[in-house]
Design a protein around this ligand. Structure first.
Ligand code: FAD
Length: 535
């Protein structure tokens, strides 16, 4: 046992992650002053998460809009795999929660029109303008407001720099061997506390997984560092049901210059006339989509770029807007993109933008019912880590923030309606064993292994999949998983090593699901089998 191992922390509810989903859960739970809630995040600031980077906005009900229309649009985007009852919950409850929680309580300063009404934006595949936004930094405004409220709650403890390593389930961790005959039940998590460099037991009557997505298991992604599938891997190891893991949504155009990787280049740039070119100046979209050219649907463009890159060995393609429209217009229409690129030494009014597609959103996840309950007792999952069925095989733009808000609230209401679940006796749960581990994890090994996962996923389990690619991916990932597991057991823990172990397991989950599903649908595209055309 490490000297730094302290006594266990006990709470009624442990929330792992504080993006929009975890923060919404904790805020609703905190209404009951008798419940003690602990919120942990691996980040050094609670505001750091995928939520912080959300640009476009959050769906609500627009002016000439209805729940029926929202459901219709979600189901159309989901390519026949969205669960209608889940879409209905989102469409019915979402707009009310946006008003009550974000507008009236958190006071998020959503943009208004010049005559003082809320400004509803419209995005691809939405039949009505219904997206509330705060400039192009909506997620940041939302999460700052939610965390500010959470900090004021006396019964909420926020612990930063705290990475969950494993969920505590008695069938895996109890001292009493007979617990193996009981249903799998979660009693909290083992958590690595970075300042102490030690793992502590966080025991809780109920645990909520709100760890977000997994974009970082891909070479190119819009997701920030923490999105590595931690929650997915932990829940899977604990025995929770995971579904729809093959559905990873890709964005067609993200910046491909040093220090700017993953920055979104809005599809509106092509909407304004932007043209895709190979690095040697060849227009290629008409070869892939003669009717649409550069304005082809998102998935078609993403696959075409990917194909060009693989076929010709290009590190990226180019998106030219500077020679199409006037510089003033570019600065006025795309102020953030223009400023960001300029800060990286790229003047988009004069030079084409190097772009690559990138993993953007995980539609699958830990299966939950309409209240966020998983198949493991006393374990809930909310937000991008969960799969409620809303997104089916492809996500409708700007619905994920809303899903986090709605299911965070629902999970909290369900937990609040139950009498507090008893917290496991600390004596029954072994402390984390680190005895004899003196060696620190070698950062070169972690970096290299992570890169191998990312390249494997990008090339073999990315935009275009085939039996041959997936078989190869699974072979490589299984081998790597074994190596990483050995490495993990022989070395002192740190956040990067925990993340590496979670990432390889998340990658295996996605690759296996993709291998088993031979039908192209939504964002899962199999080049070697027949199926529905990808949308
Ligand atoms: C660039 C970009 C633009 C986007 N634009 C939009 C948009 O306009 N509209 C929209 O609806 N959606 C958008 N999305 C998607 C949306 O931001 C996410 O789906 C959503 O924010 C996920 O929220 P979440 O609470 O589930 O997870 P996150 O916000 O990712 O939060 C996850 C939390 O879990 C913590 N965590 C992770 N692992 C661990 C661990 N092992 N231990 C402890 N803590 C852990 C993290 O630190 C973090 O606090 C965008 C995403 C990106 C990346």
């Amino acid at each position: 046992m490490s000297a730094a191992e302290m006594s266990a922390i006990q709470s009624d509810v442990l929330v792992i992650g504080c993006g929009i989903a975890g923060a919404s859960t904790a805020l609703r739970l905190a209404q009951d002053s008798q419940r003690q809630i602990t919120v942990i995040t691996r980040a050094t600031e609670p505001e750091e998460s995928n939520t912080r980077y959300a640009q476009g906005g959050i769906v609500t009900r627009g002016e000439d809009d209805s729940a029926d229309l929202i459901v219709k649009d979600i189901l159309a985007a989901g390519a026949g795999l969205s669960l209608p009852s889940a879409a209905r919950i989102l469409a019915e409850e979402g707009p009310r929660l946006v008003r009550e929680v974000l507008l009236e309580t958190a006071d998020v300063a959503f943009d208004h029109t010049s005559d003082g009404r809320l400004a509803y934006g419209r995005e691809a595949a939405h039949s009505r303008p219904r997206i509330l936004h705060v400039g192009d930094a909506t997620g940041k405004a939302i999460i700052q407001a939610l965390i500010a409220m959470l900090r004021k709650k006396p019964n909420v403890r926020i612990v930063t720099s705290a990475t969950a390593v494993d969920l505590i389930t008695f069938s895996h961790h109890a001292r009493d061997p007979l617990t193996v005959y009981e249903p799998i039940t979660c009693h909290g998590a083992y958590v690595f506390e970075r300042p102490r460099r030690a793992v502590r037991r966080y025991l809780a009557g109920t645990t909520v997984l709100a760890t977000g997505g997994l974009g970082r298991i891909y070479r190119h992604t819009t997701n920030p560092k923490g999105a590595r599938g931690d929650g997915l891997a932990m829940a899977y190891r604990a025995g929770a049901r995971v579904i729809n893991a093959e559905y990873v949504q890709f964005h067609p155009t993200t910046l491909a210059v040093a220090d700017g990787e993953g920055f979104l280049i809005s599809e509106a740039v092509r909407g304004e006339g932007g043209r895709l070119l190979t690095p040697d100046g060849r227009r290629f979209m008409t070869e892939y989509a003669p009717k649409w050219g550069d304005l082809a649907p998102r998935d078609v463009v993403a696959r075409a770029i990917h194909h060009e890159m693989i076929e010709h060995g290009y590190p990226h393609v180019l998106l030219d807007i500077g020679s199409i429209i006037a510089a003033d217009r570019i600065r006025e229409r795309f102020p953030t993109i223009h400023a960001r690129c300029l800060s990286l030494g790229l003047d988009i009014t004069r030079e084409p933008i190097p772009v690559v597609p990138a993993a953007h959103y995980f539609c699958g996840g830990v299966w939950t019912d309409e209240w966020g309950r998983t198949t493991v007792h006393n374990l809930y999952a909310v937000g991008e880590a969960a799969c409620t069925g809303v997104h089916g095989a492809n996500r409708l733009a700007s619905t994920s923030l809303l899903e986090g808000l709605v299911w965070g609230n629902r999970a909290a209401r369900d937990i609040a309606a139950r009498s507090p679940t008893s917290i496991a006796d600390a004596e029954a749960v072994p402390r984390w064993e680190e005895e004899g581990l003196e060696e620190d994890a070698d950062p070169a090994l972690i970096w290299r292994d992570m890169r191998t996962i990312q390249h494997t996923m990008w090339h073999y389990v990315g935009l275009v999949r085939s039996t041959r690619r997936l078989t190869r991916a699974l072979l490589d990932l299984k081998h790597l998983d074994q190596d990483i597991d050995n490495f993990y057991r022989a070395t002192r823990l740190n956040d990067a090593l925990i993340g590496l172990r979670h990432s390889v397991q998340a990658a295996l989950i996605v690759a296996s699901a993709a291998q088993h599903n031979r039908e192209s649908r939504g964002c899962h595209y199999r080049a070697d089998t027949k199926g529905m055309a990808a949308i």
